[in-house]
Design a protein around this ligand. Structure first.
Ligand SMILES: [Fe+2]
Length: 300
């Protein structure tokens, strides 16, 4: 027989645990436990002697109280302190949830991001929320989006089906940025039934003018099966690792491939993909088992 006292203790304890778990998933893990996720790899055809540190920030989703300009500025300082050769940002700068106490406008998050500094520069791509939250871009079915204009206003280049060639110690490499794969929302008047992408991988890679290695930035990882072997490494965000991840499994992933590209380092047919769990969140302000992360990738 379970005593009343033991029963109450059990119930009380469970209620307390649930409250603590809630506080953890809503407040502590999303905001306080940002960490640096480190990868060291030599992709299959990476040139000998090219040692490159890439730091990547994904899915910032600026909003109050979760991702304020002050927090973004602090994350930028943290990224700089990793002494990267180059910094890349993988899209989704505006809020991705309505559960906020206040909005952060684009000029505010962009000015916080302008603190990012790296010897070879800072480059960015856009994500679906950069398009979805921009009514005039949706109506026009074309950019430039508010996010693009705001990043460019603080001197951060935005690569949409575009490439840039950089050099470290005399060795060249390319950063290619793909336009968003689900940029345009359905619009009957425009004859768009589903989500429409603006990505053009063949045209992007056609801009690569020599045999130097390529790092591809693509907000959604779903492009990966189409990425040729010529690309040394693909970097993506968007999934937030599902936001909730237990024992290496994410119950809900915004990807046609489910858990295949939900999080982390994926190697398929000698090609490498790294999916960041990102920094902010969408839909609900919850994170569990996927701490906000800054990526540090050492190639060479
Ligand atoms: Fe996204």
């Amino acid at each position: 027989m379970i005593t009343r006292r033991a029963f109450l203790r059990l119930v009380g304890g469970s209620a307390f645990s649930l409250v603590s778990l809630g506080a953890y998933a809503v407040g502590i893990e999303p905001m306080l436990l940002t960490h640096v996720k480190r990868y060291t790899l030599t992709p299959p055809h990476w040139p000998a002697g090219l040692k490159l540190r890439v730091v990547a920030l994904a899915d910032i989703h600026a909003c109050r109280p979760w991702m304020t300009p002050e927090r973004i500025a602090a994350l930028a300082e943290e990224a700089n302190a990793l002494q990267p050769d180059v910094i890349v940002m993988l899209g989704d700068y505006p809020a991705g949830t309505r559960l906020v106490t206040g909005w952060v406008n684009a000029s505010e998050w962009a000015s916080a991001l302008s603190g990012l500094k790296a010897p070879l520069g800072v480059y960015s791509i856009l994500g679906n929320h950069d398009w979805w939250e921009d009514r005039s871009a949706q109506a026009a079915g074309a950019g430039p989006t508010i996010s693009r204009k705001s990043l460019e206003a603080v001197g951060i280049p935005v690569l949409e089906n575009d490439v840039v060639r950089l050099e470290k110690d005399g060795q060249g490499f390319w950063i290619a940025g793909l336009a968003d794969q689900i940029a345009l929302l359905p619009n009957k008047a425009e004859g768009r039934r589903g989500l429409t992408g603006l990505d053009d991988l063949p045209a992007t890679l056609a801009k690569v003018g020599d045999t130097a290695p390529i790092i591809l930035l693509a907000h959604e990882p779903d492009i990966f099966p189409k990425v040729p072997w010529r690309v040394s490494l693909t970097l993506s965000g968007h999934t937030h690792g599902g936001q909730v991840r237990l024992f290496g499994y994410s119950p809900v992933v915004p990807s046609a491939y489910g858990n295949r590209y939900a999080y982390g380092h994926v190697v398929e047919n000698d090609r490498n993909l790294i999916v960041s769990g990102g920094l902010g969140f969408s839909i609900a302000p919850v994170r569990f088992g996927v701490r906000p992360e800054i990526l540090q990738i050492d190639l060479g």
